[in-house]
Design a protein around this ligand. Structure first.
Ligand code: TXA
Ligand code: MG
Length: 377
């Protein structure tokens, strides 16, 4: 694997009109020269390189310390850019692109010979998406190349939703960071496998399964996408290699409590109280959850680190804040973390997929049989 080349990382504030032009020019130049650029998308920040240059792509894996068998998403400017990268275009693509591109939908298609093997981790398929962000689209236009880009975090850290998160993880490893402000969606794109007999969601994300079903009619969700933990090894061949990694594991053990709010809140409070003698306790809560736990006494407990994601009925707001909340937990040095589960409809499925992974199997179903029932390991 390529050695990560130290870079003198330059950050451009894309909200400033003077920095915008020079930032885009520097970023496009860096991409063409085989170097790494972190850029904003509507989902999370990406760590980009020329997708057609194997050495540049290997630089991504090195900078992130990403396992080489986890393939990358290739970002393209529009539907027309699909053609040279794939061996065949299925009929359903036009309708999907019409409805969801630019946007948080990644499609998996049979790859053409133009796509280097290191991009796809030797798979015969390639993942493609058109990001819905003016800076990402301007960069793709100016570079004139497809850009391979995973999320711009160090492997095993929460995905970055702000340029500051990218800086914290990758300063000195990327040439340019384009700061486009906070990401609008906050969780990654939906990965949809169009090579399966029935289109199959491999990773839930910014486009909800319900939205896909409205266009496709039939859509499957890979059982691993809703599973509690790393069951890839036991559940047949892995179609999306990323799913076999515990993407993000908090520094402190995290427990997810799922169920109806009335049952979840007392369990969260009981668990937090029981853990306090071992050190500070992190709580990842909705606004309602914080309100309720405050009435139990959380407000007066200085050893609690509470991160509020958003209103329970606004998964769009929760999605935007959840990764920053998890980063804050890590930064605060808590000894344990307890997280409030959400309904899995719409964007909730993507959020819960990330929280279940963060919990690594420590999942409690509150309200079933009165107490909480521990599942997983
Ligand atoms: O929103 C996003 O998708 C962000 C932004 C930057 O575009 N990117 C992102 O990339 O989340 P990454 O590398 O963190 O996740 C890519 C996911 C992984 O789960 C990977 O296994 C899957 O896409 N993937 C990539 N190529 C694939 C392929 N050929 N077949 C199946 N899954 C693939
Ligand atoms: Mg990622």
């Amino acid at each position: 694997m390529a050695v990560s080349v130290p870079a003198n990382t330059v950050v451009y504030d894309m909200a400033e009109s003077s920095a915008r032009q020079s930032g885009l020019a520097a970023a496009a130049q860096a991409i063409k020269a085989g170097r790494l650029v972190a850029f904003p998308t509507e989902t999370v920040y990406g760590l980009g390189a020329n997708a057609l240059d194997p050495a540049a792509v290997l630089g991504i894996f090195a900078a992130k310390e990403r396992p080489a068998d986890n393939p990358l998403i290739v970002h393209i400017p529009d539907l027309a850019a699909v053609r040279p990268l794939v061996a065949a275009i299925p009929d359903v693509l036009a309708g999907l692109a019409e409805r969801f591109w630019p946007g948080p939908l990644t499609v998996v298609l049979p790859k053409s010979a133009r796509v280097p093997a290191c991009v796809t981790a030797d798979l015969d398929t390639v993942a493609l998406r058109v990001p819905d962000h003016p800076v990402a689209l301007a960069l793709l236009a100016q570079a004139g190349l497809p850009i391979a880009a995973p999320s711009a975090n160090r492997s095993g850290r929460p995905s970055p939703t702000r340029a500051e998160h990218v800086w914290a993880d990758l300063a000195g490893k990327v040439t340019v960071i384009l700061d486009g402000g906070p990401a609008g969606i906050g969780v990654e794109s939906t990965v949809l496998d169009l090579t399966a007999a029935v289109p199959t969601v491999l990773r839930p994300g910014g486009v909800a399964v319900e939205q896909l079903a409205a266009v496709l009619g039939e859509v499957r969700v890979d059982p691993r996408a809703t599973a509690a933990a790393d069951i890839a090894a036991s559940a047949g061949p892995v179609r999306s290699p990323g799913m076999k990694y515990k993407h993000y594991a908090p520094l402190a053990p995290a427990t997810l409590v799922e169920g109806e709010p009335a049952a979840v809140y007392p369990v969260l409070w009981r668990l937090a109280q029981a853990a306090l003698p071992q050190g500070r306790v992190g709580l990842l809560l909705t606004a309602e959850g914080k309100q309720r736990l405050d009435t139990y006494g959380a407000a007066g407990e200085p050893r609690l680190v509470v991160q509020v994601t958003g209103p329970r009925d606004r998964p769009d707001i929760v999605a935007r804040t959840v990764y920053a909340g998890l980063r804050a937990m890590d930064d605060s040095g808590v000894a344990s973390i307890f997280m409030e589960g959400l309904p899995t409809s719409g964007l909730g499925l993507a959020i819960m997929n990330r929280l279940r992974r963060a919990a690594g199997g420590r999942i409690i179903s509150a309200g079933e049989g009165g107490s909480g029932q521990a599942g997983g390991r």
